[in-house]
Design a protein around this ligand. Sequence first.
Ligand code: AP5
Length: 212
Amino acid sequence: MKFVFLGPPGAGKGTLAAEITKEFGIVQISTGDIFRAAIKNETDLGLQVKELIEAGGLVSDDLTIALVKERLEQDDVKESFILDGFPRTIAQAEALETLTDLTAVIDFSVEDDVLIKRLCGRRLCSGCGKIYHIETMPPKREGLCDVCGQQLMTRKDDTLEVVKSRLKNYHAQTAPLIDFYRKKNMLFTIDAKRPISDSVKELGDKIKTNSF
Ligand code: AP5
């Protein structure tokens, strides 16, 4: 099955993708994770996008489309994938249509005030990348990952000022994709304000019964 996870920053795309990967083995392709790994490893790509990403801007369509095209050519995603955070503009969505077909586009619906609270309290494991929240999904030992024991960190783009700018970009550039995919009859909207377990069950049931 081939999914796009479409939603504002902090909607829970990465959290839900990790659960679906664990249960069904569907590979997650997160453009944000690819960019952050490049920044961490100080590759040419990382140096090119660092400042922009940390300020909450969007990477250029050309660069992002080329990156996704290359990733989709790899063997592990020939049959199934979750594209998390791509496409994010109409140009990216049109390019994606030339690269692959899709089973469904999962649209995450959550209000901005909830997103701000989620992003400002998010922590990530610096080792394995597992996602936590200081209030809703805290680790068992403060500041340390439950899975690998490494230190938790805060993303540079999770400050209030940058979060507001990311939300503005989402509404201007990414939200129009909701209509784009609705018109193609590919949109499945989940209420992402609920506990994550509810979304895992709803999407998991649809995958099990192949009812998209
Ligand atoms: P990216 O990493 O994709 O960031 P994003 O889309 O802003 O999404 P997030 O990762 O912030 O949120 P999420 O929806 O995954 O939420 P999460 O599960 O972590 O992109 C980063 C940057 O890279 C972009 O700003 C851009 O610069 C660049 N980029 C990436 N793709 C691009 C593209 N296609 N084109 C151009 N540029 C691109 O959850 C958030 C928090 O909420 C966590 O703490 C979690 O524990 C908590 N939480 C989640 N679900 C729930 C729930 N149901 N209840 C309570 N708490 C919850």
